[in-house]
Design a protein around this ligand. Sequence first.
Ligand SMILES: [Mn+2]
Length: 411
Amino acid sequence: MRFAVLADLHIGRSIPLAIAEHRREAFERALTKAVDAIVAAGVDYVFICGDLFERRTLRPHMVEFTQRELFRLVKETEAKHGRSIRILVIRGNHDGRSQSDALDYIRHPLAGYLHVFGDEDITYDDDRIHVVGLNYYDQIDRAFEEKAKPALVKGEGIKVLMLHGFVANYNDVPPGDSSLSLDQLAASGADYVFTGHYHKKCEPRKLNGKGWVATPGSTEVYDFAEEPEKGLYIVDTEGPKWTWAPIEPLHVMRQAKVGNDRGASPKWYEAEAVKTLRGFVDELHAQHKQGYIRIKLEGTLSEGWPSDVSEDRIRETAQDPLLLWVDVDTLELNLPPSVARPMAENTDVAEYFRDFGGFAEEIREVHGRVREALEEEASTKTGLLTATQREQFIVDWVHRFEAKTFKEVKP
Ligand SMILES: [Mn+2]
């Protein structure tokens, strides 16, 4: 038997919105490329491990497009290989929730080749395989123990577990996210565990004892931080033998950093960003591809403000049809030490605002109360006050401002 394993197609993704149409095109094209690769390989089963769609609300043409491509996969496989194929799909966190599920768009009574798992009906059986498809759960460890494990024990033939969640020590699990362990998977009795949610391709790994785990990653570059190695796995169950079918990203999506430890002027940052950008444009020409770049400015300014680094000026220096978008990110750029002083613990706020005359004392007073409230009442999750907690300060500020008239003193 031969399988195709893929995940995280994110059809309909339009972020960054500035280049929404290009992004939608890229994700749709990745599905077309995946279908081509699967047809070429001639498989019996296709496992789509969640996040087929980017979101619950989609433009109708994207739904039609997805339906058409899946149907093409079935028809062309039949014509070329004489095999009737089954496509099995689980719901990822992007596909919606059980009551509002984007996968409803592709469910169809006549589409017998398609099996979309529900929250309760989590098994698929035929005379060759027993598949447990676990939709996305925040607490994947709990859902695995309560639902998937008992369902795996039953059934005959090759056992496959489909998940949309992280596997610790196999995927890099973000802190605080729930995950499954390799030991849990090994003990599950599954011959194959196919997972989505983690967007980076991971080499198939033999589990201790019995079975394999494989994460194909996403089919297109999802955001600037992602690496461009995209594709899907073809698995021959004899062996088993794993083959990687690459999908080349449609565009070059790049994140570049411009930094300076010693502190530099806005002009320096601008000049370095321009150099980076020109280098990127050269690369686009060498690859004959369109692309977009995010340039992150890091370090500390020696003078001026982050807004002195002009995104427009940087862009103007590299106008090029291959360059679809440039984003200059100054969030990590620190203010010069002279300006940044009030951020320090022991700064006298009234001294900093001394140009405001007597009002500086009031600023100090309110600042002190806000800091106190933040220390005592702020949410441990966000570090912020609630709207109600903030309101008293806003009212207080408005009263104080309204009681004053500010006039610039002419020298
Ligand atoms: Mn995803």
